[in-house]
Ligand binder design. Structure first.
Ligand SMILES: *[C@@H]1O[C@H](CO)[C@@H](O)[C@H](O)[C@H]1NC(C)=O
Length: 218
C-alpha cells in the first residue's frame, strides 16, 4: 500500500496515554538464583527494566511526533476531503498505556507490539519503497525520515548496551556457570554482529526466552 504511513499519521488523535514508570516484579531474588537462567536472574531483570524504560521513552516520543504531524496535516489541509483513519494509533496508545499496569509477560507482549509498530513505520518511510509523489512530499515536508533515523539510531544504541551488559555479566560467572549458559553467549555473539535494525530487533526478542520462555502469542 503506497500510502501506508499515512494510516499511521492519521490515527493519532487519541486519548493521551498516561505514562508512569512501570513496576515490574519486585527485585527480591535470592543470590543463588540471580545468576541462573531464570526470571530471577539479575541480567534478565536489568535488561527487562531497561527495555521497559527505553520502550516507554521511544514510544511516547513516536506517538507525540506522529500526533503533531497529524495536527499539522490537518491545519495545512494537506489532505482535503479525506478522513484520516486512526485505528493503529489508538491501538498503539493503548498498548503503551497498558505497559505500566500489567504482569511482565503481558508487558513484554505489549512492548513487542509497540516495537513492531515502530518497525513498520520505519519500513513504510524507507527510501527503498517507492512512494507516490504525495506521500513522498509529506515524508519530506514533515521530516519523517529524519525522525525515524533518530529513533532507529537509539534502538541500535540500546541493543549495543544490551550486548555490553551480557558481556559484563559473563565476566562475573565461574567457568562452569559460563558453560551452563553458553547458549545465551552464543546468542549474543550473533546478536552483536547484526547491523540491520529489523533483523536485530527480531533477534533481540529472543533474549527474554532464555530466562522465561513465553508461550502465549496472541
Ligand atoms: C547506553 O548506555 C549508556 C551508558 O550507560 C547510556 O548513557 C545510554 O543512555 C544508553 N543508551 C540507551 C539507548 O539505552
Amino acid at each position: 500500500m503506497k500510502n501506508n504511513f499515512i494510516i499511521y499519521l492519521g490515527i493519532i488523535l487519541v486519548v493521551q496515554p498516561c505514562l508512569t514508570t512501570p513496576v515490574p516484579k519486585s527485585v527480591d531474588f535470592t543470590s543463588a538464583d540471580d545468576e541462573q537462567l531464570n526470571e530471577h536472574n539479575k541480567l534478565y531483570k536489568q535488561v527487562l527494566n531497561n527495555f521497559i524504560d527505553f520502550t516507554l521513552k521511544s514510544s511516547e516520543e513516536f506517538l507525540d511526533f506522529t500526533m503533531k504531524i497529524q495536527e499539522e496535516i490537518k491545519r495545512n489541509n494537506d489532505f482535503p476531503d479525506r478522513e484520516l483513519p486512526n485505528r493503529r494509533h489508538e491501538k498503539f496508545a493503548k498498548d503503551l498505556a497498558n505497559i505500566k499496569s500489567s504482569e511482565s509477560e503481558q508487558t513484554l507482549l505489549n512492548m513487542y507490539r509497540l516495537t513492531e509498530d515502530i518497525l513498520s513505520a520505519d519500513r513504510e518511510v524507507s527510501v527503498k519503497i517507492i512512494h507516490s509523489d504525495e506521500a513522498e512530499n509529506l515524508i519530506e515536508k514533515y521530516k519523517i525520515r529524519e525522525f525515524m533515523d533518530k529513533i532507529r539510531g537509539r534502538y541500535m544504541e540500546f541493543y549495543e548496551n544490551v550486548s555490553n551488559s551480557i558481556e559484563l555479566y559473563a565476566n562475573e560467572l565461574s567457568k562452569t556457570q559460563k558453560q551452563d549458559q553458553q547458549k545465551l553467549f552464543d546468542w549474543n555473539e550473533d546478536f552483536s554482529e547484526i547491523k540491520d535494525f529489523h533483523s536485530k530487533t527480531d533477534q533481540f526478542m529472543l533474549f527474554f526466552e532464555y530466562f522465561k520462555p513465553c508461550c502465549d502469542e496472541e
